[in-house]
Design a protein around this ligand. Structure first.
Ligand code: OFO
Length: 180
């Protein structure tokens, strides 16, 4: 069989499939954090994290569809179980920041692979993820800084929870606007 023009190379297809797994894990990880936050009575934090988990799932789907459109096969793989309990809200957001920094370096690694393989279509597609990572890291950093401000103060946590509820509503509105 002759290879279709503009079809993904095996190397790039495998690398994208690895990213599909990462995005799926991110979604499960944030979902687990959301469920924990809900059991702690932190409904705003939970709403924000449920939304975040949905966004990661969307990142995964976008990749699956791209791989399939380019003649590859997006693979849904088994995932390791994320932690189910967390020390504190601050620990949750510090974990998110740490995780997003790792994801950014994986995206950068993917960009490099596409450049080396002269796959400019995939390189172009990945630019969306490059921008998304800038936003995600900045938001996580902003939230961690905010949490550092009030330490263990309970009323601080109450207002923080309310702020995150508002942020989750804003994220949902933005998503609805994009999907119109
Ligand atoms: Fe998919 O951006 Fe976070 O992980």
């Amino acid at each position: 069989m002759t290879k279709q023009k503009n079809m993904l190379s095996t190397k790039i297809s495998n690398a994208l499939n690895k990213q599909i797994e990462t995005e799926a894990f991110s979604s499960q990880y944030y979902l687990s954090m959301a469920s924990w936050a809900e059991t702690q009575g932190l409904n705003g934090v939970a709403s924000f994290l449920y939304k975040h988990a949905d966004e990661e799932r969307m990142h995964m789907l976008k990749l699956i569809k791209f791989v399939n459109e380019r003649g590859g096969h997006g693979i849904v793989s088994a995932l390791k179980q994320p932690p189910s309990t967390f020390k504190s809200v601050k620990a949750v957001f510090e974990e998110i920041l740490k995780h997003e920094i790792v994801v950014t370096s994986e995206i950068n690694g993917l960009v490099e692979i596409t450049l080396n393989g002269k796959d400019y279509t995939t390189h172009n597609f990945l630019q969306w993820y490059v921008s998304e990572q800038i936003e995600e890291e900045a938001l996580a950093r902003q939230i961690v800084d905010k949490l550092k401000l009030f330490g263990d103060d309970k009323s601080g946590l109450y207002f923080f929870d309310r702020d995150l509820e508002a942020l989750a509503v804003k994220m949902a509105a933005k998503e609805a606007e994009t999907n119109k």
